[in-house]
Design a protein around this ligand. Structure first.
Ligand code: GLA
Length: 699
């Protein structure tokens, strides 16, 4: 049974390998009891853990709680804070009851005096060891109640000495992996950009002693694309408290009589065997439960994107030329990036005017879409619908449609303003324009970009007392727009981009078919970006373009190295094909073809990070589907004459004999046991050397 309830109101949630437990104590408060390896006997949890109280050690701080709220002699970070109409600022609740419906457990808490209810929702994904937590608060009275903090969930881990792994970064340096020992006090991961952002990803990984293939790992990810906050507080009371949800910085939601407020979901996962298992569980979880259908089950196409080839300088003739070349190498989907609309010739103008630029495309988009059709290819377009430039028709007509303080000049980010998505007329405008674009043109794919954070969040349509709710409303507005467009055009695929990986989160994953993880396409940087991304996000969503070498300050690298690097995800091409030499074309055509053969293993298989630069001297990654494997290995430069590297693939069948195909070498045969234990030696002997290896079972 995934959800069991035992003596003394003990709740036990079980997945295949994990248990999560909490109970109602004698006071009627919820205590968090356990999260970790599976325990089947619910009776083990029935005795309330002893808690020692002393004036300066208040009971509620010492207790490991499931729903702490500000006040009532709690001085730790709490997961809920309200202000009632009379100025009282604590939620003094008691457990009231619970329901289980359609596999979802809902626990009901009520304030003892004020008409406020809290619903804690739990879902158990048994097969992938994930527990989902969400909360809803309901005002059952008439007076407004201010909600100033409402996290999605709270839980704890016992003891101290926990290590945190998380992914921070900035534009062009997305998914930089950081590891730190959590000492006393609070560690906070937060975004205040109104969107996920590059600075911190809404996720965490905790462990005491773990590696890729060993050790217990506890992790969490928020399904939210707006401001978020994850607080890890090492209390002096022998536990690490974990709180995650929407950020409470500059947040207030005025909950009117009868109204509810719901949090995004927090997914909590447990791996008994290290990071490898964690990543693969999250991959399965994403595909089975989060990604939109039907694309969740289909591999992504090989895409061409024009951005790095032409930047804003797009026009009919140049794009048709690129289409012809892209068709030649086997590209399936051609995406025209920024520059095709309004008066857009650089990033100073045009955002908001989603009409085809008649000078660049005097015949509209038809010459492109018809050409593509003749090759059996699909067409995609770039948009950035949440934005407007000062220099645009839209801004000239509706300067009040942007977030701004009436008394101050509006601030620009990348020369653009942020549209007020809390307004229905703005939402309708965006839906209408993009709907028209999709209806009038043969478009199969949209890259939805977002290139600045929110600032001066004030809206002409809201009372000033509501301004602090705008962060939440904006994200909901964004979800509403994409949901409406998906409903109007169910055949279209959507890519989430925010200056690269600024919107990689489990909230966006519900409405998009893929992510653009970084604007940085330098392959060496990309290897570490892709590695960081792969810890908690699926390879299927990881678009990777092969781009020109040596341009834009990039290092010059062999085309093969660039191809191999991009083949580690969903292959895309971003080269200026008009500049490619004959032999480069041949290589591109060959590897695009090869990628199509192996892409289902890469996009749907198990991922194993075998070696990591700079620590292991090379980067090696394996993808396998239980039968076949594909491995890629990369060397930045040979150091101290070391050119032979032994890597040990995982997930093979010990008894099966595998044909080992290392590019450019004679085939060999080894048993799975030999490969997994003794390993496979490969030679990489020059700067930017790389190779692909296939392990094919002999029938
Ligand atoms: C952002 C995106 C890029 C590209 C440009 C276009 O930077 O991340 O991929 O689309 O915008 O302006």
């Amino acid at each position: 049974m995934a959800i069991s309830i035992g003596e003394n109101n003990v709740f036990l949630l079980n997945t295949k390998n994990c248990s999560y437990s909490f109970s109602v104590d004698q006071e009627g408060l919820l205590r968090h009891l356990y999260w970790g390896a599976r325990i089947d006997t619910i009776e083990d949890f029935k005795n309330e853990p002893y808690v020692w109280e002393q004036g300066f050690h208040p009971l509620n701080d010492v207790k490991r709680e499931e729903c702490s709220s500000f006040g009532t002699m709690r001085f730790k970070e709490t997961s809920f804070k309200v202000t009632y109409a009379d100025g009282v600022r604590d939620f003094r609740y008691r457990y009231v009851g619970h329901t289980i419906e359609n596999g979802e457990l809902t626990v009901l808490l009520e304030d003892m005096v004020y008409p406020l209810q809290m619903h804690l929702h739990y879902k158990v994904y048994e097969d992938v060891d994930i527990i989902e937590k969400r909360r809803t608060v309901k005002n059952c009275g008439n007076e407004v109640i201010s909600v100033e903090r409402l996290h999605s969930g709270e839980c704890s881990l016992p003891g101290a000495g926990w290590n945190l792994k998380n992914f921070n970064g900035m534009w062009n340096s997305d998914f930089d992996a950081y590891e730190q020992r959590i000492m006393g006090g609070k560690t906070v991961l937060e975004s205040l950009r109104g969107t996920t952002g590059h600075v911190a990803n809404p996720s965490f990984i905790l462990y005491q002693n773990a590696g890729e293939t060993y050790g217990e790992v506890y992790y969490g990810a928020l399904a939210w694309s707006g401001n978020f906050k994850i607080v890890l507080e090492q209390t002096p009371y022998e536990y690490l408290n974990i709180l995650a949800g929407m950020s409470d910085t500059d947040f207030e939601w005025r909950l009117t009589g009868g109204a509810t407020l719901e949090t995004p979901a927090l997914y909590l996962g447990y791996s008994p065997d290290g990071f490898d298992r964690m990543s693969n569980a999250m991959g399965e979880f994403s595909r089975r439960y989060v990604m939109p259908k039907p694309m969740a089950a289909k591999p992504l196409s090989v895409l061409y994107n024009s951005w790095e080839a032409t930047y804003f300088d797009v026009n009919e003739q140049a794009q048709v030329q690129l289409i012809e070349k892209a068709a030649q190498i086997g590209v399936e989907l051609f995406v025209m990036d920024d520059g095709w609309f309004g008066q857009r010739s650089d990033d100073h103008a045009g955002l908001g005017d989603w009409r085809v630029n008649a000078v660049k495309f005097p015949n509209g988009l038809a010459p492109l879409t018809e050409k593509l059709k003749s090759y059996g290819m699909q067409f995609g377009l770039w948009i950035e619908p949440e934005m407007v430039n000062h220099d645009s028709e839209l801004y000239r007509a509706h300067s009040d449609w942007v977030y701004h303080y009436a008394s101050r000049p509006v601030m620009e980010g990348r020369y653009q303003y942020m549209l007020d998505l809390t307004r229905q007329d703005v939402q309708q405008y965006i839906i209408g324009e993009i709907d028209q674009l999709l209806t009038e043109n043969d478009i199969s794919y949209i890259k939805w970009d977002m290139n600045r954070g929110l600032s001066e969040v004030a809206s002409a349509m809201l009372d000033r007392s509501e301004f602090k709710s705008i962060w939440y409303r904006h994200t909901k507005g964004f979800y509403h727009i994409i949901q409406s467009l998906r409903a109007l055009h169910p055949e279209v695929e959507w890519e989430a981009c925010a200056s690269g990986g600024g919107r990689v989160d489990y909230g966006a994953m519900q409405y998009f078919e893929e992510f653009w993880p970084s604007d940085n396409t330098d392959p060496l940087d990309r290897l570490s970006i892709q590695e960081g991304y792969s810890y908690l996000y699926p390879i299927k969503y990881m678009r990777a373009w092969v781009t020109d070498s040596g341009n834009n300050g990039k290092r010059a690298m062999p085309l093969l190295f660039r191809l191999h690097c991009s083949m580690c995800g969903a292959l895309g091409i971003g080269l200026n094909l008009n500049e490619c030499k004959e032999e480069e074309f041949e290589l591109l055509e060959k590897y695009v073809g090869l990628y199509k053969e192996i892409r289902s293993i890469i996009q749907f298989g198990q991922l194993h990070r075998l070696a990591s630069l700079p620590m292991d001297g090379l980067q090696a990654v394996q993808y396998e589907n239980g039968k076949e494997s594909v491995l890629f290995a990369f060397l930045d430069h040979p150091s101290r004459w070391r050119t032979a590297f032994t890597i040990r693939p995982r997930g093979l069948d010990a008894k099966t004999c595998y044909r080992v195909e290392i590019e450019g070498q004679q085939q060999q045969k080894y048993s799975g046991a030999f490969l997994m234990n003794s390993g496979l030696t490969i030679t990489l002997n020059h700067d930017y050397a790389s190779c692909m290896v296939r392990l094919l079972p002999e029938s």
